[in-house]
Design a protein around this ligand. Sequence first.
Ligand code: HOC
Length: 369
Amino acid sequence: MQALAKRRVPKMFYDYADTGSWTQSTYRENEAALQRQKLRQRVARNIDNRSVKSTMIGREVAMPVALAPVGLTGMQHADGEILAAQAAEEFGIPFTLSTMSVCSIEDVAEHTKTPFWFQLYVMRDRGFSENLMQRATAADCSALVLTLDLQVLGQRHQDLKNGLSTPPKPKPSVLVDLAFKPFWCWNMLQTKRREFGNIHGHVAGVDDMSSLAEWTNSQFDPTLDWSSVEWVKKHWDRKLILKGINDVEDAKIAAGLGVDAIVVSNHGGRQLDGALASYDVLGDIVDAVGDKIEVHFDGGIRSGQDVFRAVAMGAHSTYIGRAYIYGLGAMGKAGVTKVLEMIHKELDVTMGLCGETDITNTGRHNLVL
Ligand code: HOC
């Protein structure tokens, strides 16, 4: 899927999803840390009738996996957010729409039946963020995923090289590249959605790609602090998940704020390069707050084995980002479904070969520690 997505999606957008910040060490470590974790093989146990069904903040899920919020998903494939949301809905797992999506909250709500989750950035313009929460409420979103680790944008060298800057500075090579991406171009020609749908038309004077990008970049709020979570709670009365916790002390503070879950995450290695791989801090965070709050995990998952590793380490459930983005870029909705089927199968077989029949009963006894 990754190879096919790379062939089909314009380099500028493929690279946007598939790179990290600065030297990309944390981006690479996220995957490597999971790979290092060895599993305990157990034999001669009856592993008939296996189940990987679980729950996430009270919602039943076909497996402990949700689709993570990913900015500009609609540039990997036309209408990408709608297609991914539909694939998740049919599979029975949650979809999270990014504030920085191409399709708007309303677009996704119109094309799905199951309530999805909405990821919020607290912007300098608090009125705008408040309005986003009202729109998410009106669209029946059942949970808000509040991202805490992007008060300023990590420097992504590859985006700058590709001209994906604010404002965008596309190079002539972008046009040459497009000539080799007919599948992507053809699909893009069929849709009108090519801008930040949650922002476009909702902010005065922000009406083209350049002003959109510039406004957006100026809006990430460096003053965001723990009191911002209290502010969000005043405007959002449904489930609340805090994303971007990569430190035990932060996890303890977050767990004391009366939210429903935290997501151990370093933003896929896109923010603080040099930060610990999410998996390397997961166990300590689970030990510190796992009895008080659901601990979710994001960062480096590329297979069902990785989902198993994270759940066995103590994560209640996981998120995939790039893994489904590859499927989307490669084959649209069918590609996302295919990725979910692969992960489900890998998770089921891995669990069985570790001697377990129920994902909710797995734990550190399944890991070589
Ligand atoms: C100027 C737009 O979560 C990412 C996204 C958010 C960044 C949007 C930048 O790429 O990590």
